[in-house]
Design a protein around this ligand. Structure first.
Ligand SMILES: C[S@@+](CC[C@H](N)C(=O)[O-])C[C@H]1O[C@@H](n2cnc3c(N)ncnc32)[C@H](O)[C@@H]1O
Length: 243
């Protein structure tokens, strides 16, 4: 972990202890990932050998902000989750990642719990939410650093819906998003337990489970989806569960 000049070293020390990572001195030249605190919040610097640059989540600018401006309940993501006007369903995004889908759903009025098992990614999400998310969204979103499989199986108050977007090897997006996704994949690795997560979601008591898949990808192993919704770059497999 590194702290830019003028930033809060004591805060960085506390976070370093919590995440169990060393605090670097200005003379260190690390070859691995470095969490760094700067004027605009925390960022993740990737190893120089990967040539992927820096990951910093910002919901007020860039690709996520653009998606928030375009979002609508009648668009494929909103339709897949069955969003109705004047309702604020409680949705668990069990694969929060960079938080983009979760923030779109919060923007559409859903009360979101974002589950992310990577401590570093969950930390970046929390930081972006506190510092950089529009005020209107903050009250609608909580970020939890947890394994969603265990969380869903222990959940006593089922959400209205569970949303899953497990990592898939060949996702094609714009250059910017692709780079962010490549960094995410390097950090968290493949989600090879996605079928177990689907099973946990289907048994969580939620009335609806939605799985995001690339076009042409097989459905996750398990029961067939009730229906599918196609979007320009993706597909949503929708599972309606008996009450
Ligand atoms: C493809 S990314 C999700 C991207 C996200 N939908 C977005 O819009 O940014 C998948 C993320 O889910 C997380 N994940 C996968 N399985 C999980 C689990 N069982 N519990 C919590 N997080 C999980 C991974 O660590 C990864 O960050």
């Amino acid at each position: 972990m590194r702290v830019d000049d003028g930033c809060d070293v004591e805060l960085a020390r506390q976070v370093a202890t919590r995440l169990n990572v060393p605090l670097l001195t200005p003379n260190d030249c690390p070859q691995g990932y470095v969490l760094a605190l700067g004027d605009t919040g925390w960022r993740l610097e990737t190893p120089p050998a990967l040539n992927l640059g820096v990951l910093q989540l910002d919901f007020a600018r860039g690709a996520t902000a653009w998606r928030l401006r375009q979002a609508g309940r009648r668009q494929p993501l909103g339709r897949a989750l069955g969003l109705q006007s004047s309702q604020s369903p409680r949705i668990v995004d069990a694969t929060a990642g960079l938080g983009r889908d979760g923030m779109v759903l919060a923007h559409l009025g859903c009360r979101m719990t974002l589950l992310e098992r990577s401590p570093v990614i969950a930390f970046l999400l929390c930081d972006a939410l506190q510092r950089l998310a529009p005020d209107s969204l903050r009250g609608f979103v909580e970020v939890v650093n947890a394994d969603a499989n265990a969380w869903l199986r222990a959940c006593t108050s089922p959400p209205d819906a569970v949303y899953l977007d497990p990592m898939y090897p060949e996702r094609v997006k714009s250059a910017l998003v692709k780079k962010e996704m490549r960094i995410l994949r390097e950090v968290v690795g493949p989600d090879s337990d996605a079928t177990i997560l689907l099973d946990a979601a289907l048994h969580s008591g939620a009335r609806r489970v939605v799985v995001k898949r690339p076009h042409g990808a097989p459905c996750l192993e398990g029961p067939d989806p009730t229906h599918k919704i196609d979007a320009p770059n993706t597909r949503y497999d929708v599972y309606l569960c008996a009450p």
